[in-house]
Design a protein around this ligand. Structure first.
Ligand code: PRP
Length: 212
């Protein structure tokens, strides 16, 4: 009997694409997986245990070893800087992080303010640009901030660009391209290497086939 693999899956927009990728790799995931509000789902046929987590928390579970593997956006990896290995670029949920704001506005020269869910990434970006900014951390609906005068700019995910357009905002600079990554706890990687490399090979096969 092989080891159980515990996998932290991000709830929300990445979930569907990640589940599809695992199914294409030949893993049998029950319907309950997509529809349930359970936070822990055991898939005995595959010897998997899934933890359904908030995307930003996936690297935390993996770092602490309560999940062997996880699926996390590169945005989350850059923000959280957890002690985990990145095994694969899954090439799903492509988007990018960008600086945006109201059109035709300049950054306030004396005390520019930036709203974001990604305070570490935003601070590093503006530091590299040589700008001293005040970061205001929000937990969602970041686009509101410049509209109501909380900040000059936002740093946020752009996927289709629809949220920016519908809220009358424009993109100023792209910071970095984002896709989802398969991450692993370093100890699990040593202890369960056979199961993990088998999963990596299967998932990698699907990614390569899609890219051809
Ligand atoms: C994300 C992101 C943007 C939006 C971008 O928000 O923070 O608001 O999606 O997508 P688009 O370019 O396709 O419009 P999400 O839906 O995850 O919600 P939240 O950040 O407000 O929690």
């Amino acid at each position: 009997m092989s080891d159980i693999l515990t996998i932290a899956m991000p709830k929300g927009r990445i979930f569907e694409e990640a589940a599809e990728l695992l199914r294409e790799a030949g893993y049998q995931l029950p319907q309950e997986f997509d529809d349930s509000r359970k936070l822990i789902i055991d898939v005995e046929e595959e010897n998997f245990r899934f933890i359904l987590a908030k995307p930003m928390d996936v690297p935390t579970y993996v770092e602490h070893g309560v999940a062997d593997l996880g699926i996390a956006g590169k945005d989350v990896m850059l923000e959280e800087e957890r002690d985990v290995y990145e095994l694969l670029d899954l090439k799903i949920s492509a988007c990018y992080l960008a600086v945006a704001g109201l059109p035709n506005t300049k950054l306030n020269e004396i005390a520019p303010r930036i709203a974001t869910k990604y305070p570490n990434v935003a601070a590093a970006y503006f530091r590299e640009q040589g700008s001293q900014v005040e970061i205001i951390k929000l937990n969602g609906s970041i686009e509101i901030a410049p509209i109501i005068g909380l900040t000059d700019r936002i740093v946020d995910i752009v996927s289709t660009g629809k949220t920016l357009v519908e809220n009358g905002l424009v993109e100023y600079e792209k910071i970095v391209d984002i896709t989802s990554r398969l991450i692993v706890n370093p100890v699990s990687y040593r202890m369960k290497d056979k199961r993990i490399s088998d999963l990596v090979d299967r998932v990698n096969g699907v990614i390569r086939a899609v890219q051809k």
